[in-house]
Design a protein around this ligand. Structure first.
Ligand code: ARG
Ligand code: ZN
Length: 893
C-alpha cells in the first residue's frame, strides 16, 4: 500500500552506512570545528506510515536562516534513507536543486525562510543496529541519541537545533493498537483501510535526539503523581502484555524520583503525561526522550522471583536518572556532542545522590567508587583515555563512556564538596535561570556555579580538558617539639599511551581533599582538624598544630576527588583506620588498601613458587570486621569482600591474571577455614530471616548472607556444597537463587549441573532471567569455561541480535579475568570472532565488546602479542564499521 503512493524512487543510498566504503570519510569530528547552524528550525511536522519493510516518513520542516550566517546552502543529515521526493514551499525540487551525498543532502539557493518537505522510506525490520526506527519483538521503536534521527529523516540532526514537533502516526490497528510519541496526544481516529491514526504534539522545543516513537501491542501499568503546584501527571509504563505484572517497582521508583527532584532541587515535571516503554532489544540502559522514555526491559521489569536486590536498585537508579534528565539534558541540553558530560555527568551525580538518600550514603559511595576504579580508571589509563569533554571522535557512540559519565559525575561532586549543598543549589538555580530551553556548554555550567557563589572556578577547566587519572602522593611529618603534624600533598599525571589528546602539558587540577585526624590512643576524631583542604598547585604542605601526640590521618575521605591516592602506610595504621575511622568510605578503603598490599605480595609469591601464608594482620582485621556489630550488614558485606581481580591487576607492573587469581582464591579459602565457625553461625543467623521481604534491612542482610556464603563455598567441602545447593533449592527470591547458582557454577560437582538445568527449566520463558543463566556460566572460574561459552553460542536461546543476550554471554566472559586472559589465547580469539560476527549489523555493540582488548599493553609479552594479533585481524576486516575501526585504531596506535 505504501509503495503505491510513491511515484518514483529517486535514489538509494549505500545499504551499509556504517561501513567504510571508499567514498566514506573516517575523518574525526573535532571539538574546535564547532560552527552554529546555517538555519534554525521553527517547527517540524512528521508523518509516519508505519510498515515493517517500507515505512514512509514525511517531514515538513519550517526553516529560517540564522541571522549570524549568510549562506543559502543547507546541509541536512540523512543515513540509510530512500529518498522519494523533496519540495520547498510546496514546489517539488528537480535533481539539480539538491545534492545527495554520503551522510546527507545539500539544498542550494534556499530563501531566507521556507518549508522543506521530504518523503523517505525506511525499513525498520531489517534495522539491526538499533539506532533510528527499528522493530523489537514485533513492535516499532526508535533510538535517536546521539545521531539516530538522521536514520529516520533528513534533518539538522544536531543538539543545538531545538524545535517543536507535531507527529502523526498511522499503522495497522490490529498489530499496532498503541501508538506513542512525545508530548500530548491531541487526536486519534480510525482510517478506512484497517489502519488508525494518532497525532502527538510536544509543546517544548527539543533537539532531534530526544524524539521518540513507539507503536505496537503493549499494555499499560498506570499511576499518577501530583506536583508541588498541584498538577496531576499521568504516569504510564508500557510493556509487552506478558510483563504487565512486573511494573509496580518501576512506577514507585518514578514517583520517588519526581518527589526527590522537587524536594532537593525544586524541579517539577512540566507535561501532563510521562511514559516509559520497556523493550527487549536495546543497545544501552535507557533513553530520556521527552515525555516518552524508552528503556531496556532489564531496567523496568521486576518481581522478587525474577529480579535480584541489585536489579531492584538499578531499576530505581536508572528510572531516576532518565527522569532527572528532564531538566538536566532536556530543558537545558548540550550545544554539541563534545559537551555530553554536561548532561550525563550531572545527571549521574543527581541519581547517585538520590540513591544515597533512599538507601545508605556510605554504601552507595563505596559501590560507586569501586565501579569507578574497576571501569573508569582502566579506561583512563589506556588507549581510549579521553577528557570528560573529548576533543575529537569518529563515532560519537563510542564516547558514552565511564569517563564521560562516572568521572564526569565526580567532577560535579567536587563542586558540591567545595560549595556545600546550598551553594551547589544556588549554582543549579542560576544555571536554569540562565539557560532554560537552550543548548549550552560545560563552560556555561561552570560559570553558573562560580557566579552564583562568587568563587573562581577557572582552574576547573583543566578537569574538562585533561585525560588520565591524577596521582595524589601524600607524605606525613610529625614535629613532637612543636606539636605539629604536617601532610605534604603532591599531584602528578602518569604517562598515557601516545597519541591521546589531552596528554600533552597537563597541569595541576584543583583537588578538594577531605582530611581528618584521629587520636592514635583513643581512636577518636580530633574535631578541630577535620575538613576539606584545596590543593590547587603541584604540591602543598598542610600543617595541623596544637597536638600532644602524633595523630593518624584519614586522607581523601568520601573519595573527595577522582585520583589514585599514594600514601605509604603501615599495616598497623591501615588496621587502625579499619577499626576507628569515622568516615565510612575510608574505613572500608583502609581494608581494601591492606588487602591489596597483601594480595599483591601473595601473587608475587605464587609466581616465585613460594608457599603462601595468610597474613596474621589481615586475618585479625577480618575477624574484627566479622564480629563488629556497630556497622550495618551492607557495610559489613563490603568490608569483608576482597578487591576484585581487575582492580588488583591495575597495581601490577605487568598484570598476571593467573597468579592473581590463585592468590585471591588462596586468601578466600584460608579466611573461610580460619573463620569457619563464625561464618557458619553468621550465615545461620542471616538465613533465619524467613519469607522474602524487600525493606532495606532485609536487602542488607541478604547482601551479607551471600558474601558469607561465598566464603563458605570456597571451602569446597561436601557440607559447604550442600549449603549452597540448599540455598539454591529453597530460595524464595532471585537474589538468593542467583547468588547460589553463581557459586555452584564455579564448582565441579553434580549439584552444579543439576542447578543449571533446574534454573533453565524454571525460567526458560523469561529472557531477563535466562540472561543471568548465560552470565553465571560465562564468569565461571572453571578451567573449561571457554569451551562452555563456545557451546553456549550454539544454544537455541543464544541470539546475536539481542544485545542483552550478547552482553550476558560474550560481554560477561570478557570480565572473567582468569578465563578471558587464558594463556593459550583462546579467550581472545573467541571475542574477536564475535566482534567480527556482529560488527556490520550492530556497530555500537561490537565496539563496546572490542574495548575489552584495550588494556593489552598491561600484560606479559605473549598475551600482548595474542591480543594485538586479534586487534590486527579485526582492523584488516574488509568494510569494518567505523565504530569498531575507531576503537581498534586507537588501541593499535
Ligand atoms: N542518554 C542516555 C542515558 O541516559 C544514553 C544514550 C546512549 N546513547 C548511545 N548512543 N550510546 O544515559
Ligand atoms: Zn543519561
Amino acid at each position: 500500500a505504501i509503495s503505491a503512493q510513491i511515484q518514483r524512487s529517486q535514489s538509494t543510498q549505500s545499504p551499509e552506512p556504517n561501513s567504510l566504503t571508499a567514498t566514506q570519510s573516517i575523518q574525526p569530528v573535532l571539538r574546535s570545528d564547532y560552527q552554529p547552524p546555517a538555519y534554525w528550525i521553527d517547527n517540524v511536522e512528521l508523518d509516519f506510515d508505519l510498515d515493517p519493510r517500507e515505512t514512509l516518513v514525511t517531514a515538513r520542516i519550517s526553516v529560517r536562516r540564522n541571522a549570524q550566517q549568510s549562506s543559502s546552502t543547507l546541509d541536512l543529515a540523512g543515513e540509510n534513507l530512500k529518498l522519494q521526493s523533496v519540495a520547498v514551499d510546496g514546489k517539488r525540487l528537480e535533481q539539480t536543486q539538491y545534492q545527495l551525498r554520503d551522510g546527507g543532502m545539500t539544498l542550494l539557493d534556499l530563501p531566507e525562510s521556507c518549508v522543506i518537505e521530504t518523503k523517505v522510506l525506511v525499513s525498520p525490520v531489517t534495522n539491526k543496529s538499533l539506532s533510528g526506527l527499528y522493530q523489537t519483538s514485533g513492535n516499532f521503536c526508535t533510538q535517536c541519541e546521539a545521531v539516530g534521527f538522521r536514520r529516520i529523516t533528513y534533518f539538522l540532526d544536531r543538539p543545538d537545533v531545538m524545535t517543536t514537533y507535531r507527529v502523526t502516526i498511522r499503522a495497522d490497528k490490529q498489530t499496532c493498537p498503541v501508538m506513542l510519541s512525545n508530548g500530548n496526544r491531541i487526536s486519534q481516529r480510525d482510517l478506512d483501510d484497517g489502519r488508525h491514526e494518532v497525532v502527538w504534539e510536544d509543546p517544548f522545543p527539543k533537539p532531534s535526539y530526544l524524539f521518540a516513537l513507539v507503536a505496537g501491542n503493549l499494555k499499560c501499568h498506570r499511576g499518577t503523581f501530583t506536583t508541588r503546584d498541584c498538577r496531576n501527571v499521568a504516569l504510564e509504563i508500557w510493556v509487552e502484555p506478558q510483563n504487565i505484572d512486573k511494573c509496580e517497582h518501576a512506577l514507585v521508583s518514578l514517583q520517588k524520583s519526581m518527589k526527590w527532584d522537587e524536594d532537593v532541587f525544586g524541579l517539577q515535571y512540566d507535561l501532563d503525561i510521562y511514559m516509559i516503554v520497556a523493550v527487549n532489544d536495546f543497545n544501552m540502559g535507557a533513553m530520556e526522550n521527552k515525555g516518552l522514555n524508552v528503556f531496556n526491559s532489564k531496567y523496568v521489569l521486576a518481581l522478587p522471583d525474577t529480579a535480584t536486590d541489585e536489579d531492584y536498585m538499578l531499576i530505581e537508579a536508572v528510572i531516576a536518572h532518565e527522569y532527572f534528565h528532564n531538566w538536566t539534558g532536556n530543558r537545558v541540553t548540550c550545544r554539541d556532542w563534545f559537551q555530553l558530560t554536561l548532561k550525563e555527568g550531572l545527571t549521574v551525580f543527581r541519581d547517585q545522590q538520590f540513591t544515597a538518600d533512599q538507601t545508605s550514603a556510605a554504601v552507595k559511595r563505596i559501590d560507586d567508587v569501586s565501579g569507578l576504579r574497576a571501569g573508569q580508571f582502566v579506561e583512563d589509563s589506556g588507549p581510549m583515555a579521553h577528557p570528560i569533554r573529548p576533543e575529537s571522535y569518529i563515532s560519537m557512540d563510542n564516547f558514552y563512556t565511564a569517563t564521560v559519565y562516572r568521572k564526569g559525575a565526580e567532577i560535579i561532586r567536587m563542586y558540591h564538596t567545595i560549595l556545600g549543598a546550598e551553594g551547589f543549589r544556588r549554582g543549579m538555580d542560576l544555571y536554569f535561570q540562565r539557560h532554560d530551553n537552550s543548548a549550552v556548554t560545560c563552560d556555561d555550567f561552570r560559570a553558573a556555579m562560580a557566579d552564583a557563589n562568587n568563587v573562581n572556578f577557572d582552574l576547573f577547566d583543566r578537569w574538562y580538558s585533561q585525560a588520565g587519572t591524577p596521582e595524589l602522593t601524600v607524605s606525613e611529618a610529625w614535629d613532637a617539639a612543636k606539636g605539629e603534624y604536617a601532610l605534604t600533598m603532591t599531584q602528578s599525571y602518569p604517562p598515557l599511551p601516545g597519541g591521546n589528546p589531552g596528554t600533552e602539558g597537563r597541569k595541576p587540577v584543583p583537588l578538594p581533599v577531605r582530611v581528618g585526624l584521629l587520636d592514635a590512643e583513643s581512636g577518636e576524631e580530633i574535631e578541630q582538624h577535620g575538613g576539606v583542604v584545596m590543593l590547587q598547585t603541584e604540591s602543598e604542605t598542610y600543617t595541623f598544630g596544637g597536638l600532644t601526640a602524633k595523630p593518624i590521618a584519614s586522607v581523601l575521605r568520601g573519595f573527595s576527588a577522582p585520583v589514585r591516592l599514594r600514601m605509604q602506610r603501615s599495616n598497623q595504621d591501615l588496621a587502625f583506620l579499619m577499626a576507628h575511622d569515622t568516615d565510612s568510605f575510608n574505613r572500608w578503603d583502609a581494608g581494601q588498601t591492606l588487602a591489596t598490599k597483601l594480595l599483591l605480595d601473595a601473587a608475587t609469591g605464587v609466581k616465585n613458587g613460594e608457599k603462601l601464608k595468610l597474613s596474621q594482620e589481615f586475618s585479625d582485621a577480618f575477624g574484627r570486621v566479622l564480629s563488629d556489630d556497630s556497622v550495618d550488614e551492607a557495610f559489613k558485606a563490603l568490608a569483608l569482600t576482597l578487591p576484585r581481580e581487575s582492580v588488583l591487576g591495575q597495581e601490577m607492573d605487568v598484570i598476571d591474571p593467573d597468579s592473581l587469581h590463585t592468590a585471591r582464591q588462596f586468601y578466600r579459602t584460608r579466611l573461610a577455614e580460619t573463620f569457619q565457625s563464625e561464618l557458619t553461625a553468621l550465615y545461620k543467623n542471616l538465613a533465619a530471616d524467613g519469607a522474602y521481604k524487600n525493606d532495606q534491612k532485609s536487602i542488607n542482610r541478604r547482601r551479607l548472607k551471600n558474601v558469607v556464603l561465598a566464603y563458605l563455598s570456597a571451602l569446597e567441602t561436601p557440607e559447604s556444597v550442600s549449603l549452597v545447593a540448599d540455598q539454591f533449592n529453597q530460595a524464595d527470591n532471585m537474589t538468593d537463587k542467583q547468588a547460589a547458582l553463581s557459586l555452584l557454577a564455579n564448582l565441579d560437582v553434580p549439584a552444579r549441573d543439576e542447578a543449571l538445568t533446574a534454573f533453565y527449566k524454571k525460567y526458560q520463558s523469561d529472557p531477563l532471567v535466562i540472561d543471568k543463566w548465560f552470565a553465571v556460566q560465562a564468569v565461571s572460574s572453571r578451567a573449561d569455561t571457554i569451551e562452555q561459552v563456545k557451546q553456549l553460542t550454539t544454544h537455541p536461546d543464544f541470539s546475536v541480535d539481542n544485545p542483552n543476550r550478547v552482553r550476558s554471554l560474550i560481554g560477561a566472559f570478557t570480565q572473567n579475568q582468569v578465563r578471558f586472559h587464558q594463556a593459550d589465547g583462546a579467550g581472545y580469539k573467541l571475542l574477536a570472532d564475535y566482534v567480527l560476527k556482529i560488527e556490520s549489523a550492530n556497530p555500537q555493540l561490537a565496539a563496546r565488546l572490542v574495548a575489552a582488548f584495550n588494556s593489552y599493553r598491561r600484560f606479559d609479552e605473549t598475551r600482548q602479542t595474542q591480543m594485538q594479533n586479534e586487534l590486527k585481524r579485526i582492523a584488516e576486516h574488509p568494510g569494518l564499521c567505523k565504530d569498531v575501526h575507531e576503537i581498534v585504531q586507537r588501541a593499535l596506535h
